[in-house]
Design a protein around this ligand. Structure first.
Ligand code: 1QQ
Length: 407
């Protein structure tokens, strides 16, 4: 009886949180497993929000994030969740734009009462929606936001996705290794996308740092499907390397049209093309595209082995970077909650205190993830060691392909 009274007074917001987690939201995640101690039943699950693109063109990237999040939910709940209490992922679709992302964030914060958010998919979306979470003092971990300036949005904003400045130069260096005779470079970027603008700056700087000649910079929109004029302009200048910063659909179409116009040299694609969903867009023309990676399926260690097995069992292919990064983002919340719970029981904290303490806690931890060991700088920038480059290999008929990791 005493306990029940305590719950309705001191723990009001936690109780609301538990009720929501039990019946509310548009959760599409798996049920908490039954082998966790049933002290409070499944209704005590701790809600973590997942705000990524499940619809629109951006879902070509976001659907891989949903997959990684669900694998993490099952993996960590099977291991006992937060010292016996499961976590429950609450999914809100952001769509591909800023307005949808702000809506998803507001629903997760105010209705679903999540302890923190993993999302959104694009930096373009993060620059609009993350300030909403910052003002509400709700932690956000970006699973795939790589533009310059994301952690600087605020105290509650961190990311597990290494920035373009660290990842992007690797693919240009790999191109030079494959073809040391590269001299003239044509760069393309989507001018309506924050990530693409940030990434192209790094690509252009890398070109100059490598003493290559930047012969042209061509702009397009992520909504474009016809790239004839930009591609023709660039190919007239006879480049021997093309570098593209865009998203999967536009980037894939640009690759295809460059090849159709007769371009034979190497192509570097940026992080927006870093999904096997691009293969259905450029088909046989995808062959040979180089893309830098912040994850390798071959990364040693137990947790990546478990993640890789769960992913390949379900999807019959190697796990992609965006799935691994989203797994890692969920892992950061889980392990930070575990550490916090040991200091002060998280189900005794009121939601605002829990969110703030979770934010402080997560920034101080070290996490042994499928990406390798990661940590954060005080402002929430990821600290990560290992990076890779993959090259797309297509079957002759262009119907099937894969990302082959370079040695
Ligand atoms: C960003 C990105 C995207 C292309 C990843 C999905 O890196 O928007 O920052």
């Amino acid at each position: 009886m005493k306990n029940a009274i305590t719950c309705t007074t001191a723990l009001l917001s936690t109780c609301a949180l538990l009720l929501t987690a039990c019946g509310g939201g548009t959760n599409t995640g798996t049920n908490p497993t039954t082998n966790t101690p049933a002290t409070t039943g499944t209704s005590s699950a701790i809600p973590i929000g997942i705000a990524v693109a499940q619809t629109s063109n951006v879902a070509l990237l976001g659907q891989e994030e949903v997959a990684g999040a669900k694998i993490a939910e099952k993996y960590f709940n099977d291991k006992g969740g937060i010292n016996g209490t499961p976590v429950k992922l609450v999914f809100q679709d952001t769509g591909g734009d800023e307005a949808g992302t702000i809506n998803a964030f507001q629903t997760l914060i105010n209705k679903d009462k999540v302890v923190g958010i993993v999302g959104p998919t694009l930096s373009q979306q993060a620059f609009s929606a993350n300030p909403v979470a910052e003002r509400a003092k709700v932690p956000v971990i970006g699973p795939s936001n790589t533009a310059k300036g994301i952690p600087e949005i605020g105290d509650y904003i961190a990311r597990v996705s290494a920035p373009v400045s660290i990842v992007a130069p690797n693919s240009v260096k790999a191109a030079l290794k494959q073809n040391p005779n590269i001299k003239k470079v044509a760069v393309f970027y989507a001018q309506n996308d924050a990530f693409s603008k940030s990434e192209t700056e790094i690509f252009q700087k890398t070109v100059k740092d490598q003493n290559l000649e930047l012969v042209t910079v061509q702009k397009f929109q992520t909504s474009d499907t016809d790239f004839q004029s930009q591609a023709t302009n660039a190919l007239n200048l006879k480049p021997d390397l093309v570098i593209i910063s865009g998203l999967a659909a536009d980037g894939g179409n640009l690759v295809r049209q460059l090849r159709e116009l007769g371009y034979k040299g190497l192509i570097v694609g940026g992080n927006g093309l870093n999904t096997s969903n691009v293969l259905t867009v450029c088909k046989a023309s995808c062959d040979g595209v180089l893309i830098a990676q912040a994850y390798s399926p071959e990364h040693p260690g137990e947790i990546n082995a478990a993640f890789r097995k769960a992913y390949t069992d379900q999807y019959k292919k190697e796990p992609p970077q965006f799935s691994a990064q989203t797994f890692a983002a969920v892992q950061v919340y889980v392990e930070a909650l575990q550490a916090l719970d040991k200091k002060s029981k998280v189900n005794k904290l009121q939601l605002p205190q829990l969110r703030t303490q979770l934010n402080t806690q997560l920034l101080t931890g070290k996490y042994n993830t499928p990406l390798g060991e990661i940590a954060f700088t005080p402002i929430g920038e990821v600290v990560q060691k290992d990076f890779y480059v993959a090259q797309i290999k297509m079957d002759k008929d262009g119907s099937k392909g894969k990302f082959a990791f370079l040695k």
